[in-house]
Design a protein around this ligand. Sequence first.
Ligand code: PGA
Length: 249
Amino acid sequence: MRRPVLAANWKLHKTQAETRAFLEKFKPLVAQSSHCEIVVCPPFTSLGAAVAAARDSNIAIGAQDVFWEKKGAYTGEVTAAMLAEAGCQHVIVGHSERRQYFHETDGEVSRKLLAVLSAGLTPIVCVGETLQEREAKATEAVLARQFLGACNALTTTQFSRIIVAYEPVWAIGTGQTATPELAATAHRFLRQQADERFGAPAAQELRILYGGSVKPDNVKSLMAQREIDGGLVGGASLEPESFAAIVNF
Ligand code: PGA
């Protein structure tokens, strides 16, 4: 049985005060939600406030990015060990916005993934095709390239600790959700990739989240797909009531 994960990706939203206010309202709304893991990923500067506000709750805090080196002259960067020390349990790696706006490559995503694992944290590795790639019927080639590009260097033990998020780029922030069937097809393909590289037991246990315009009114039909093990939620995770409705699908 794969335990569902509902994760909030706040992107460039919420100050420390806004983070505290969100969690104060959100905590009681999900206090009984033992059917899933709940993760909230604020910007770096709000991590400390989030960790403090979520203490003794069923909410884990994650970061949205990380750098792979352990120390050195890398102005502006943050290590996985620093995130662990700050109280993070998860780190999003390879989000399409990082790939698109900050030119992150598959090789860099792989190094970040290894850094997160060696700090004892759980990576949420994002993959997904653009509209152009889907229209060119390149979805599977892109997913295979991104999946293997990120994961090929892992041992099976390391692989068993990761979470994958399938996020078609054309569905992110557009209100245009992938149909549950279309998402499930992509998830099945990713699980097959995992099976070929890491074997059936690891593939069966891998949790694959769907991301891209997940909302309270479509989460149920997405989660009804056996292949979909949770969601990575952007816009609809910014209001406590809305994200709680998604968690309690
Ligand atoms: P969205 O973002 O829910 O606003 O589409 C999802 C994501 O980018 O993780």
